[in-house]
Structures are given as C-alpha cells and as structure tokens.
Design a protein around this ligand. Sequence first.
Ligand code: GLY
Length: 587
Amino acid sequence: MKKHILLLPCLLLFIQCSVPVKKADAPVPQGAEAYILAKAERAEHKSAEAVGTHYAVSTQGIFATQAAKKIFAQKGNIIDAAVAVSFAIAVERPHSTGLGGGGFMLFHEGKTKKTYAIDFRERAPLLATEKMFLKADGTADSNLSQNGIMSAGVPGMVAGLIEIHKRFGKLPLSKVIAPAIDLAENGFPVYPNLKNALDNKQELLKKDPAAREIFLDNKEKAWPMGHILVQKDLAKTLRKIAKNGKKIFYNGEIGDAFVKFFADQKGLLSKKDLLGYQVKWREPVKGNYKGFEIYSMPPPSSGGIHVVQFLNQLENDNLKEKGLLSTTSINLAAQSLQAAFADRAEYLGDPDFVNVPTKGLTDKEYAARRRKEFSETTARPSTAVGHGFVVPPHESTQTTHFSLMDDQGNAIASTQTINGQMGASMVVPGTGIVLNNEMDDFSAKPGASNLFGAIGTNANAIVPKKTPLSSMSPTIVMKDGIPKLAIGAPGGTRIISCVAQSILNYIEFNVPLYESITMIRYHHQWLPDVLDIDPPGPRPEVLRDLERMGYKVQIREVPCSVMAVAHEDKILKGAADPRDIGTSVAN
Ligand code: GLY
C-alpha cells in the first residue's frame, strides 16, 4: 500500500523513482525533531544484555551489529561476521575508524585452541623522519602531527581484514562486504557522537574538498542530527574491494588515488609504502589472574602489557573484600595504573625496532615489587613514581571496538581506528576514505605529549616503517582454555584503564556483564598527576577520603565505550556501552 502511494507522484510527474524511496531523498528532519527521531531509532535497538546460545556480538554501532547478524543467518562463521562488522563500522563510524586506518584483532580459535594477535596498524611512511613534527624552535608541532596530510600513516585496515578473511573466512568476500556497501549506498541518520565529531572538525573539513562534499552541507556546516549520511564514493570503493581484494588498494586504482593525493598535497606516502605494507601475526601477551587466563594485544600496543600488569599488581589485595568503588579499591587501582603508565613512558614501542621487556613487565615478581611501592594511606605524587626496573632490563613491545563469541569456542576482540576524531580530516578524492592521523601516536620528541597526553619517549620515536605505539587493548579472558570474556574499548590511553577495570569488575567483583562495563570509571596515567573519575563520582565520603589522601581528583568523563561478550554456563551474552550508539545481539 505504502509503495503505491510513493509511486503515484513518480508516475504523475514522469520522474524516475526507485521503490522503496531512498532514505536519502526523504525530507530531512531538523533540530529537536531530528534528535528525537535519531534517539528513538537507537532506543529500538537497545537492550542491556543480549542473550543466546549460538553467538553473541557487541559493536559500537547499530548497523554493524546487524551486519554480523545477517552473516550468521547466511551460515557465515565468526570471522565472516567480524570482517562484516569491520567494514560496516567503517561506514557507520567514519569519524572513528575506516579503510584509511588500521587495527588489532585477537582471535581465539576454538578447534585448535590457538590465540592469534593480528596487527594491521598503520606504519610510518618510508620518507618519515624522527624530527618531522618539530618546529624550528625545537618544540613539537601538534597541529602537524594531528591534522592534515603529514599526520597520516600507511593504512593497514584493508590488508588486515582481507588476510584474516582469506585464512579463516567461509563466505565469499562479496557477501561479507555487502552490508557495508548497502549502508554506504543508502545512508543512515547522523547520531549524536558523529554530529559532535563533525562539529569539532568542521573548520578542518571545510578545507578539504572531498571531505567537505561528504560531511558538510552546502553552507559548509556539519550535517544536522538525523540527516541521512550517504557515502556514495565509499560504496564504490567497497564494491571494488569486494570484487578485486586487497590488490586494488595496495597495487591498483585505489592505491593510485592515494599516491596522487599525497603527491598533490606534498605528503610522504608513496607507492612503495603501499606495496610494502605487511600484516604482522604476533604472539599475544599472556597473564593470569586468580585462575583466569588473560590474552591481550602485545606491542606495538602497550594495552595488553599494562592490562596484565595492572591485574598482577592487585591480585593479592582481595579487592572484593575491600569493596567495589571503595576508597581502598580506588586508591590501589589508581596506583596500579600510575605505575603501569610510568613504565609505558619508559619501555614501550614497536618491538620490531626497540627491545620491549614484555616478559619482565608482565612478570608476577615484578608486579609484587611494584606493589610494595604503593601507599595504602596517601596518594603518591607522580614525581615520586618512576618506572620500575625490569629484570632482565630491556629483554628481547578515536577508535572503535567490537567483540564476538560463538558456540564453537571461538572468540574475537578487535579494536580499529583512524586515531583522533575524523583522523586527518581529509578524504582521498573519489574513494570516500578518511585518512588516519596515526602518526600522532609516535613521539614527536621525548617528553612531549600527544593527543591523549601520552608522554613521548625514545622507544616510540619516528622511524620509517615503524608502527606507532598504541593503547588499544583487545583482550580475551579464558578459564581452562575456554573463552569467558572478550572485551575492549576505544579511548586513547583511557582504553587501558577502562578495559582493566571492566575485567576487574567482572572477575574480581562478580559484577554482571552490563554493570561491569557501564560502572563509574577512574583513570590515572601517571602524567598528568590527576585522578579522573566519571561523573557523578564515587560516594561523597570516598571522594573526600581520596582528596584527603592527596589525590587531585577531577570528576570528568573517562571517555571510552566498552564492548564485551561473555560466556556464562553455556549462555552467550553481549553488552555494549550505553554511552554511545553501540548495540549487542545474540542468538
Ligand atoms: N590511536 C589510539 C591508540 O592506538 O591507542
């Protein structure tokens, strides 16, 4: 009936219409109306925990979660679903991730009991130099490292996803990419987090014709909430990848568009960079906590090492008895983070270029020594907290996350990114691909801090082909070799705190999954010497005690969204942080 009503004006006016009418052609709701519509659309897809027995999925999107559901319905396996999510989330969150970025994936394969840590993060171009982000006066130029052509590293997303799919996927690539193509072609309403990113980056997006065309209206303003964002060029690019695989990106038409754009803009990336890009299959970082096995991302992420170190340092404290969000628990956890971040600033970098003492930093005895330095009664000023001495010293290191599990004992945790909101705020003409600004994750110089306040170090200096240090912490927690929790988050350096605390909530405090990932969070990254606590903060008496102990507490958001799936007595559960548009599904 509805179809016929829509068809009538087309017939009367002899204009070409397709049925159903594309959302993109519908009148665009504005202002409050648009906001309410966008909210209602999200609410429809929300539930605290999705529960099933065959699979569970949690992503930071609505359509990305639905993409996984479609793939499972077509009898695809967990890798097909994860790759479908990756492509779909690249469309749904163009400000967080995309084909111009990179990521990490942790995959536990049920049938072989192997856990893979796959690194498809961006690399420094061959022409990059150690001092490329220094001004003439020797200070770090954060504008250069965070915005525009110089901030972009060599993208790894397409290589990573296709290599993973080739090795483990079951459905053809065209089926796996189809939901992303559909979403790019038909669009979706702009939602609060995306609107916020477009507003923040409006002035930069204005300067780049291809980005302006997609993300701004004809008055060069960010699209309003509820506007249907269609990404036609991206749909074309995805179609080409579905047909031709990764060669069209690294040695074909799409790569050529990158090379031309970088040459026109006087950037560094060249054809050689694209031809030489390699996905790296790494050994996961391993730890254990009270009988649970922790598998997480190794260097070039700092995340896995510090999640394990954080837990190790607190293992013998019986925090459960001390109370969830009690003064003692927050104090000890804050000092555990402070020590871990001091070590991050000393030791962490790309293991292909520097020696990262992974074993030493995740060692139980090392954790016990570090734990002895904590004070039970006062905050420790960060000036009094140095890095530890690892034995053996120097042994031979805005984003999105999703997690999946199935009834075959498989689990996936993957964090993917273009780094800051809207990455470099540039789109490669004709491709719809937003460039990353991952080069800012390198240290412009020792002591200078990056977008997330992470302290610059020698170990993370820029070298051609090197990978910038990350905090992304995709993690799988297992019991007796069976995945129990797959978890991760976006949020720069906050990722480490958010992932570590959510694990602690779940396995130490036995908090239900949804509450484990949504609870008030705290973050201390050594420098600056501040303890951030999510609003509305802990109990007033706990806040008073922490301040009396000497903490500089700031009640402000610890900005990360945690996406997790869990396996509890043959039941699979998914939960997505309600602070964003994330959703979960299970069957
Ligand atoms: N770009 C954020 C991270 O990798 O930590």
